[in-house]
Write a protein that binds this ligand. Structure first.
Ligand SMILES: [Zn+2]
Length: 69
C-alpha cells in the first residue's frame, strides 16, 4: 500500500534507550547505561538506583533481602 506523502515517516530516527527487559532491569542493571545499579533506601523502601542517569526502579516483589543486586 502506498501512503500519501504527508504520512511518510519522519526522517529523524528515534531510538528507545530504556531497556526494561528481564535481562537488564530485571537483574538490577540500569535500563539506560546497563551498569549494575546500587540499592538505595527511599522512604523506607529499597530500590535500585543509577545516580548517573537519575533512574530509580522498585525492587521486584520477590527480591531477596540478602541478595546483593
Ligand atoms: Zn545508568
Amino acid at each position: 500500500m502506498k501512503l500519501p506523502t504527508a504520512w511518510a515517516p519522519a526522517p529523524q530516527k528515534i531510538e528507545a534507550r530504556i531497556d526494561m527487559s528481564a535481562d537488564v532491569a530485571g537483574k538490577g542493571k540500569c535500563p539506560e547505561c546497563r551498569q549494575p545499579m546500587e540499592i538505595v533506601s527511599v522512604s523506607g523502601s529499597r530500590m535500585w538506583a543509577c545516580a548517573k542517569d537519575r533512574i530509580v526502579l522498585p525492587l521486584p516483589n520477590d527480591h531477596q533481602e540478602n541478595e546483593k543486586a
